[in-house]
Design a protein around this ligand. Sequence first.
Ligand SMILES: [Mn+2]
Length: 172
Amino acid sequence: MDYLFVSDAHGDRAVLGKIVTAYQNKVHAIFYNGDSELPADDELFNTMLPVIGNMDFDAMFPDDRQYHDATIDIYQTHGHLYQTELNLNQIRQKVSTLNIEVVTLGHTHQLGAEVIDNKLFINPGSIALPKGPYAYIGGTFAILTVTADTLQVQFYNRDLRAVPELQFSFPR
Ligand SMILES: [Mn+2]
């Protein structure tokens, strides 16, 4: 079962459209982690599950989301409400009481997949304005593949190509 995460498009609607078209029938859900700068009634959000970012000004976006299906439990938020630009202390506190396996964030524009407090934190990076050591890729998103005993994360570039050095596997 696959789940796609994308964030921080900052007005680059075209690349989001490309991702939705390519993946909407291939993954179980597409999470949009904030800072689209699009209205909440944009038809892209008929397919993607959004949360509000610090650069979104449509109050119809939710602050966060707890996603649950038969395969996985995920907590989604942009990150600014927990000041993730400083550190992960507040978000770690927030999710400590939640019965979830995956936390997904945006905001920093830096990709990451890391287990913290027994939860997998996935930041897909920014699809448009990447920062940090992987900014040279030019923008990324991530696909989580859930199997019976692993959580696998593969990052992709804007051409929808897997980045070979950005593939990670974690035991469940
Ligand atoms: Mn942003």
